[in-house]
Design a protein around this ligand. Sequence first.
Ligand code: M6R
Length: 612
Amino acid sequence: MCGIVAAVSSRDILPVLIEGLKRLEYRGYDSAGVATLTRGSPVRRVRAVGKVAALQAAISADPFVGTIGIAHTRWATHGVPSERNAHPHVSQDGIALVHNGIIENHDALRAELLQSGYVFTSETDTEVIAHRIHQHLLVTRDLLAAVQLTVRELHGAYALAVLTEAEPDTLVVARSGCPVVIGLSDGENFVASDVSALLPVTKQFMYLDEGDVAAVHKNSVVIYDSAGKPVLRKTHQSALSAESAEKGDYAHYMLKEIHEQPRAIAQTLEERVVGARLLEAAFGPGAIEMLQRTEAVQIVACGTSWHAGSVARYFIEQVCRLPCWIDIASEFRYRDPVVPKNTLFVTISQSGETADTLAALRLAKSAGYLASLAICNVPESSLVRESDLVMLTRAGPEIGVASTKAFTTQLAALNMLVIALGKQRGAIDQTRERHLVERLIEIPRLVEETLKLEPVIRELAKRFVDKRHALFLGRGALSPIAMEGALKLKEITYIHAEAYAAGELKHGPLALVDADMPVVTVAPNNDLLEKLKSNLQEVRARGGELYVFADPESGIVESDGVTVIQMPKHVSYFQAPIVYTIPLQLLAYHVAVMRDTDVDQPRNLAKSVTVE
Ligand code: M6R
């Protein structure tokens, strides 16, 4: 969590820092701050509680400029959201620093620094870094060396950007466990947590590796690895436009991202399915051999990405006839897994920077898995770089904290994995491959069609606005979709929502059902439909209000207390999880708008969970 931006130039860089912070606000938005410097003047620092707009207002009240600067948008971990806990944090002699991550040994460092006479003004783990750099700087007289010595003493995760009045043309940045990208330009250079912050000023990027520390000047960038050796890192040209991370005419990023799904899914399939064939090489060099050797699959992810994996489990078992396990990364990382021979380890993540998922991958590397495969939306993310095989979802930047297009593109990528595995394991012949690929290619059109239900769903949303609770039901591969619907609703509307595999209802949750409990159900026409209908009867018999997203041929009819929303016809087993997700996203979105919540930046959350 937290976003950092920094810049060094010969022009005033404050506008670049503020624009960058706005673009990183999805990473954290409980306070923000900036510190700038111009040769010959002291560091200017302004911090404010709340979003970047509050920081802007504070700056407008007393404007200033700077040719070098650092900025931060915070998601609180250590210490409440307050001005004194907001970054940048400072130490003596004009040192200022911004930090993303968590320093686990901050208590011990703080005790030592207190003994040495340093005074702390915040409850953060970050302030110890600023003082420690100052302590080393007194000896080294060189900011880069002071930061290199300091980071060796830190346990935990960090992305850092540091400046000091003693070296008014130098930014020092460091990375371990949290992302840092350096944006390159003519006569000026930039630093940020991700490329989207810098797209208005550059398309040329360099990514720091784990343990790297870099000295960034306006005309040069010198990177050192964890051993202190100068290293060259590749320069990448980003294909993203500045507008790709803007909301255009849409009221919210989430709505824009919901509507981008047909295109995002089509792009994810592009060049990977050719004719009616899937190209397994799309999973990276060596993929075919790994897939041939795979005898079991372990999937690990968090939140919405975990829901995507939970859907895939059904398909991997049914279509590929392989054992498959799915775990939440924060649990998996502390287990001591018993790994059956030739198990493929699959991680799923929109950001590729989720701390728990990364930790699980690192654990898996020493646990004896066959290989690791990442399904991820960010090409230069840590997850992608640390995995053996990769399938990139091509959703484009997802800014809304509630994941939408990242989820459905993950499902599309996982469907491709199912076909590839099934083929290589001999569970799918050419005819079946053709059939499944044809179903995949139809998905963007079906999503397009489903989006046309928006006016109906907007009306429906009115019935949820005053509710305090909601239940979501599904069966089989659609039960994780019910979970995703419940997560979307609770995340952005703050209505308490729970999801159950419908057969589980009578084992407890049915006790909650009364006339005040809306029960949302996803009911495609599949082999579990009749079972699901019985579960719906159980709800109706207790007076529960049913909202059923159903196949027109499901035979579920509207009646008192039963609202049926007709979905597109003939959605197949392989397509249904993606298609039935769409109305649930729209429902959550419109209820949130009616409840006037902060749709794109819901309270207490952040987009990218880079801390444990
Ligand atoms: O970037 P990731 O996919 O690894 O993120 C995992 C979760 O934090 C994320 O899916 C979260 O649950 C979403 N905000 C839910 O909409």
